[in-house]
Design a protein around this ligand. Structure first.
Ligand code: FAD
Ligand code: FES
Length: 321
């Protein structure tokens, strides 16, 4: 597989954290320390579901300086294609699994005078490791964290206890208590960087508000927990491998290509990193670009496609793979 070398690990702890959220602790099978990572990094967890390989990205939330283990928290999504259901229903303490080396697509900018974090729901995970690092480095930071209800909010009490209500503010949708985004953006010192992770609508709204309030684009950072969307089945020809692969309703192109025994590169499997960019050799139909990596012009050109999340509708798609 082309997400880089994988690390064989044992699941040493599974902890229910909140409604539909569990935390998993992974330790290396060979007893060596885990590779160092920085706040905001994720790993791709490989799940062997009775011979069917599932691979999902999960943000690392354990303290970055603690190399004894990695910890992730997984939300069991309601319309899961299988990955989060597998983690919740099949993974037990003692199981052996594999995780990729960490990759960080959501790095804090250490030049910032202040780090302002906005999280929604499970989008809290990358910030837990980031805050640990900010706190150790003596950086100025503040977290605004929106949860749907107190039962569904993970780590609210722990974060307030650890960093105080001065740095961590919790907002609960069920109590009509919402993050005052515009007011927050207007009251930050010059040189503040903003980081947002949560549902797509929230990310779009916060980034738009930032630009409207005159924030420089390079001070606005976001991470989307995107994944492949289901869609109409289609065939894709792989020019160099000389294969035609069928992509099913619930499958991504990348998953179908891997299942056909063809290696394709990836890092995030969520349309964000650019690693799986593939040249289109022929396209008689419409590419459905679901990534946030290619520019609008690149998408319109029809010459490239991110095979981890994008789909195709039409007569013929041929890729240089
Ligand atoms: C860089 C990165 C980091 C991630 N970190 C985390 C993490 O720390 N914890 C975590 O639980 N997930 C995280 N995800 C999402 C995760 O990789 C999976 O997409 C998620 O677990 C759902 O997988 P699935 O196989 O069950 O269903 P999928 O088929 O992948 O998703 C099914 C449907 O649910 C939607 N969906 C996916 N994720 C969510 C979500 N978080 N909330 C609401 N709807 C969703 C998808 O858009 C899709 O329509 C991350 C994704 C990326 C790209
Ligand atoms: S693997 Fe990251 S964009 Fe496809």
């Amino acid at each position: 597989m082309s997400g880089g070398t994988e690390i064989p690990v044992r699941v040493t702890k599974v902890t229910p954290v909140a409604e539909r959220i569990k935390r998993f602790r992974f330790e290396r099978l060979d007893g060596r320390p885990m590779p160092y990572f920085s706040g905001g990094a994720h790993v791709v967890v490989s799940m062997n579901d009775e011979g069917h390989m599932r691979r999902n990205a999960y943000s690392l939330m354990s303290p970055p300086q603690d190399c004894s283990a990695y910890e992730i928290s997984v939300l069991h999504v309601e319309n899961s294609r299988g990955g989060s259901t597998f983690m919740h229903e099949k993974v037990r303490e003692g199981d052996e699994m594999k995780v990729s080396y960490p990759v960080n697509l959501f790095q804090p900018d250490w030049r910032a005078r202040k780090h302002l974090m906005i999280a929604g729901g499970i989008g809290i995970t990358p910030f837990i490791a980031m805050m640990e690092q900010f706190s150790r480095e003596g950086a100025n930071f503040e977290l605004h964290y929106a949860v749907r209800s107190h039962d569904r909010g993970a780590y609210c009490r722990e974060l307030v206890d650890r960093y105080s209500s001065h740095r961590v503010k919790i907002y609960c949708d069920a109590e009509s208590d919402f993050i005052p985004v515009a007011r927050l953006l207007d009251s930050q010192p010059l040189g503040t960087h903003l980081y947002v992770c949560g549902p797509s609508g929230m990310i779009d709204g916060v980034l738009r508000a930032g630009l409207e309030a005159g924030w420089p684009e390079q001070n606005l950072h976001s991470e989307r927990f995107l994944s492949s969307q289901p869609g109409k089945p289609f065939n894709v020809e792989l020019l160099r491998s000389e294969k035609t692969v069928h992509v099913g309703h619930h499958e991504s192109m990348l998953e179908a290509i891997e299942a056909a025994g063809v290696d394709a590169p990836f890092l995030c499997r969520g349309g964000a990193c650019g690693q799986c960019e593939t040249a289109v050799a022929a396209c008689e139909g419409r590419l459905l670009h679901h990534d946030v990596y290619l520019s609008d012009e690149e998408k319109a050109s029809g010459r490239k496609v991110m095979i981890c999340v994008s789909r195709f509708e039409g007569n013929r798609l041929s890729l240089d793979l």
